[in-house]
Design a protein around this ligand. Structure first.
Ligand SMILES: Cc1ncc(C[n+]2csc(CCOP(=O)(O)OP(=O)(O)O)c2C)c(N)n1
Ligand SMILES: [Mg+2]
Length: 308
């Protein structure tokens, strides 16, 4: 086996099952805290941004990058890497934080977020940023690309340590308004794409207001099931529940050749009470003096969890 110090494979090597779960939980929770902290620091550079989404999605991003994704930090184009596709280009701030956590870009580069000549533009673009597989932002296209990619990778058949590359697609609840998402969902089932996992960030919010006022998409779980997917719905801010859902997807759906979707109910601004209750949460303006308060609230919450 060829490994390098920066190659990541899921951290499932602890000696017994209880220790293993505790280790994974701690690794993911700590990464989620750092992702949130990075997002606050990056938001402060511009004084505003999609900070609420980064805080809300941090546990999902941390679970994927710390526990699930196979990648080589020094070789973002490694042929048999798992692919993480960010449909929602505006969530790039959270994704950059995760990519820095993963060692694919330096943490120090995060402070360039949104600046001229930065590799980290406000909306995710694959030609700019290592680890950014697609240019998202035109909502509803991520899953269509993920389906083609999962199909193509399966046709290629290249394996490493006994398995081919997997495709993870991160979507927002707003993307469930798009017909192309459901067309792709049908395609994934038709082609029996067991190597595809979608995660939907159900934060109940869109640019124009609450999701249920823009377009009612519920019952979401039943819809994905009707489209032939192995569907689970979890608290997307509960690391234990996320780990269990990813384990189920790998154990149950993948061997059957069924695509998996993990529907993650999250809270915008999660971990920072000042932002959790803020109106106009889609694009937050945060006053200069509030950034430090946000960091302190985040740290207090994390320490509280760690000592509980
Ligand atoms: C096809 C398309 N239509 C409209 C937009 C404009 N737009 C940008 S973000 C957004 C909100 C979509 O909902 P969601 O991603 O759930 O928003 P959030 O949770 O981040 O508030 C919209 C409509 C877009 N980017 N792409
Ligand atoms: Mg949303």
């Amino acid at each position: 086996m060829t490994t390098t110090s920066t190659e990541s494979t899921p951290s499932h090597q602890a000696t017994n099952a209880v220790e293993r779960v505790a280790d994974r939980h701690l690794a993911v929770s700590s990464a989620a805290y750092r992702i949130r902290n990075h997002a606050l620091n990056m938001g402060e550079v511009q004084g505003q941004g999609y900070v609420g989404q980064a805080l809300g999605a941090a546990d999902i991003l941390a679970t994927v990058y710390t526990d699930q994704l196979r990648y080589r930090a020094e070789d973002p184009h490694w042929e048999v890497r798992d692919r993480f596709l960010l449909s929602t280009g505006h969530y790039a701030i959270g994704h950059y934080a995760a990519v820095a956590e993963a060692g694919i870009i330096p943490v120090s580069e995060l402070e360039t977020y949104g600046s001229d000549d930065s590799r980290l533009p406000m909306s995710g673009m694959s030609t700019y940023t290592p680890g950014m597989e697609i240019s998202g932002g035109s909502l509803g296209h991520g899953l269509t690309i993920a389906v083609g990619m999962a199909l193509g990778l399966r046709h290629q058949g290249t394996e490493y340590e006994g398995r081919g590359a997997r495709v993870f697609n991160f979507l927002s609840d707003g993307e469930l308004d798009e017909g192309s998402t459901w067309e792709a969902a049908m395609g994934a089932h038709h082609h029996r794409l067991g190597n595809l996992t979608a995660m939907v960030d159900i934060n109940a919010l869109q640019a124009d207001g609450a999701t249920n006022t823009v377009l009612r998409t519920e019952p979401v779980l039943e819809k994905w099931e009707a489209f032939g997917w192995y569907a689970q719905r979890v608290d997307g801010n509960d690391v234990g529940a996320l780990l269990e859902a990813f384990d189920n997807a790998a154990a149950v759906a993948a061997p059957e050749g069924r695509p998996s979707v993990i529907l993650c109910d999250t809270r915008v601004g999660r971990g920072v009470p000042l932002l959790e209750t803020r109106e106009k949460a889609h694009f937050m303006r945060i006053e200069e003096h509030e950034w430090q308060i946000c960091r302190e609230q985040l740290a207090a919450g994390f320490e509280g969890t760690a000592s509980a």
